[in-house]
Each structure stands twice: as structure tokens, then as C-alpha cells.
Design a protein around this ligand. Structure first.
Ligand SMILES: [Zn+2]
Length: 260
């Protein structure tokens, strides 16, 4: 599973000249500047999909599409990817892909492989989101990235998350708690179940009622406009006194619909 981090770091210029940073191939695809250490064709289908994700995220969230460039660094092997991360981001958890926001750059780092499509949709979503709605709380940021990481024809339905949460709930090992989730403020604190719950809140807001959809879109619009909205979890709980129960019902409805 991948993750986003927003860190202010210095020394970007030195990274660009680092021998371990991919530079053999450099391809511009819309706002994406893709650097790879292997032979990557400019017309690779995944690159086109990642560029198409930018207007899709904007349309779904009703925000102006980000115009900021995003650097995408692709490593052919796990060894070179891990060596790079270990050298430049030694404190980050071990994940297959990362999004890094610095003062001068939005950048995605990922290893190429079987999971690259999902990983890159997730991390590139972070880059687009940070370009459109600054200061996203971690759980909202991750929930949205988990929403957009699935293939476009899934319309945000992250089926493995539904299965995971319902199974844990049947075992008495999970109940939603948006206040607890919103308190998590570092990647190290977030486990797979937290990612799944974050996704569920976003999916519930976007797909349950027009009012809930408006609640999320209004919150994101306020962030976009730097209007410092009330915390999203506070607004959710103000409108829905039993929001945690509603979230469980939403999961069960998805599960029931999928089995019909
Ligand atoms: Zn993430």
C-alpha cells in the first residue's frame, strides 16, 4: 500500500543530479513530467491514464483542475527504488510508492511492476489533490487517493476495502470511528484498516445522498479558496449524530448490491 507525505524538504536541486534518480528517459504527458530509469514509451497507456485522471479528479470534486506540474520518478527495480528512498528519505515507512510535496515540487516516486498502475493512480491523485485543495487532513487525503486509485470503470468502488472492513466487523475487530481516524496525523499511525475506513467515509459522502456529497464538495471548495473550514469530521457528526452506524449501513448496502 502506498502513502502520501507532505514534507518540506531542502536540497531538491541536488536530488536531480543524484546518480540514483531516474533520468534515462524523460517524457512529458500533460502536466506530468515522467522520469524513468528504463525504456518507457511516451505513448504508454498508463501514462495517458494518469494524465486523464487529472480532469477526472477535478470533475468529480467540482474543483478547477490543478495546473501544477508533477514529476513522476519511476524505478525499474525494487532494489534501485529502495536504495534511493533509503538514501534520501530514510525516515519514511517502507512502501512501494510515495508522493512528496516540497516547497518547490510535487513529486511521485514509484517502483515499476505489477502494482504500478494502482500505486501510480493513488500517488498521482495525491499530487492533483494537493494542487487543488491545500492543507488536506491526512484521512481525507488518503480516503480520496484510495477512491481514485481504482480503475476508472469502478467509479471509486474499492472492493477489497469493503470486504476487509465487513470481515473485521464480523470478527468484532473493527467499528468505524471518524474522530479517532481524524486524529491520525502521520503515515506511521495509519494501517491498512485505517486506509480502508478513510476510503469508506469518502465513498459514503460522495455516494449516499446529495446533501452528503455537497458537504464534502463544500469542504474541499473552502480549502481550495483558503477559507479554513471547520474540520470535516465535526461537520459530519453535526449533521449525522449516528454517522458511524450510517457508515456501516453504507458498507452493507454496497456488499448487498454487489452480491445481487
Ligand atoms: Zn496515499
Amino acid at each position: 500500500m502506498c502513502a502520501a507525505v507532505a514534507v518540506c524538504v531542502g536540497g531538491c536541486a541536488s536530488w536531480r543530479t543524484s546518480p540514483s534518480l531516474p533520468s534515462a528517459v524523460n517524457v512529458n504527458v500533460g502536466q506530468l513530467i515522467v522520469h524513468a530509469d528504463f525504456d518507457l514509451a511516451a505513448d504508454n497507456r498508463l501514462l495517458a491514464e494518469l494524465e486523464a485522471l487529472r480532469p477526472r479528479v477535478a470533475a468529480e470534486l467540482q474543483l478547477p483542475a490543478s495546473t501544477l506540474p508533477v514529476d513522476v520518478y519511476l524505478f525499474q527495480t525494487q532494489r534501485t527504488y529502495r536504495a534511493f528512498l533509503h538514501k534520501h528519505f530514510p525516515t519514511l515507512p517502507n512502501r512501494r510508492a510515495f508522493f512528496i510535496e516540497s516547497e518547490s515540487q510535487l513529486a511521485v516516486y514509484a517502483q515499476w511492476g505489477d502494482r504500478a498502475a494502482e500505486d501510480l493512480r493513488h500517488e498521482t491523485s495525491h499530487a492533483y489533490l494537493h494542487g487543488m485543495a491545500p492543507q488536506l487532513p491526512l484521512w481525507v487525503d488518503e480516503g480520496l487517493a484510495e477512491y481514485f486509485e481504482v480503475q476508472p470503470d469502478e467509479h471509486g468502488l474499492n472492493r477489497p476495502h469493503v470486504d476487509r472492513l465487513l470481515a473485521l466487523m464480523r470478527q468484532g475487530r473493527w467499528q468505524p470511528d471518524v474522530v479517532r481516524l481524524a486524529r491520525l496525523d502521520s503515515l506511521e499511525q495509519m494501517n491498512q484498516t485505517d486506509y480502508a475506513e478513510a476510503w469508506t467515509w469518502i465513498h459514503w459522502l460522495l455516494h449516499s445522498t446529495p446533501e452528503n456529497r455537497g458537504l464534502l464538495l463544500g469542504y474541499l471548495a473552502a480549502l481550495h479558496d483558503h477559507r479554513h473550514p471547520l474540520p470535516l469530521e465535526s461537520v459530519v457528526l453535526e449533521r449525522h449524530h449516528d454517522a458511524n452506524r450510517e457508515l456501516v449501513e453504507h458498507l452493507q448496502q454496497i456488499d448487498g448490491g454487489a452480491r445481487k
